[in-house]
Design a protein around this ligand. Sequence first.
Ligand code: NAI
Length: 342
Amino acid sequence: MFAARRAFAGVAQSRAFSASARDLSKVTVLGAAGGIGQPLSLLLKLNPRVTELALYDIRGGPVLPGVAADISHINTKSKVTGYDPTPSGLASALKGAEIVLIPAGVPRKPGMTRDDLFNTNASIVRDLAKAAAESAPEANILVISNPVNSTVPIVAEIFKAKGVYNPKRLFGVTTLDVVRASRFVSEIKNSDPVDENITVIGGHSGVTIVPLFSQSSHPDLVGNAELLQRVQFGGDEVVKAKDGAGSATLSMAMAGARFAESLLKAAQGQKGVVEPTFVDSPLYKDEGIDFFASKVELGPNGVEKIMDVGKLDAQEQKLLDACKEDLKKNIKKGVVFVAENP
Ligand code: NAI
């Protein structure tokens, strides 16, 4: 009896252990001292699913240590560590990470498109991807750095070259487009944005952003040119308002934290977690488009199921055609960059 009880206690203990081991979630932010990185790190610190928060930034000086010390005083359980801007600091920040968020890179200034950032950000993302492939090859990689349509393929090419590419673990964060769409619709309809579920497909820049109002509860919004313009070029409103001081940081931090939370929920066993995101997708591969954003069900292994785009209105179909044309070029640009600058 006693032995049985002990055996039972042992089972219970090991169950408790494996449950808590599974729930140990180290999240790493690369570019944590930046405009997005700081509020994103703050929001991740508030997330009880995060047990360890690793902050890294190339920026020397006191900014990153200051951010890490500051956030570490918040009274949630997770441990916060700021890492040195050295290769070994980067490797330690990455080791054991379940999620790596990458908002490292330069943001837009007025008059710039996301593609104008390519020259600078492509090499930043390439180098961080190399470090991640070496130190956290199994982590979920969440790319925020623009142009996402090209930086995601860059990460994929690096992981392929290192022999560790898992298409189910690579995500371009397009959540902000979805957040904006639901907010802008709620402003028109005087509704609560929580109830406005707008699917946005394609990519993450200009005409590659395709909202599907026909699939929402407001099909009458298809053809609303002003709304479409806001969803596709909402980032420009922020760039203009900041007048040279950067692009969206606070709303982007919220969107990045939401996506990380969705991944953690799914990793911890919650079913039916769906987020639109830019992933290695079978949907238009036969047209030479290897990455595409659509609704994706998340699971313990990252991508669980990639959903079809569903039925489109004729006007939306036209938008999708224009999107595909640009997207194909953007993706190719990333792939060619790695081939020429390995
Ligand atoms: P920022 O300039 O304020 O911050 C970027 C941070 O990255 C800086 O602290 C910088 O030191 C750091 N950094 C640069 N190179 C690095 C490296 N090799 N390793 C580690 N850290 C490095 O820029 P912000 O506003 O935070 O934007 C970051 C990126 O996010 C930009 O590329 C921007 O276009 C993009 N973005 C993406 C959005 C999306 O929806 N996916 C929305 C808004 C911005």
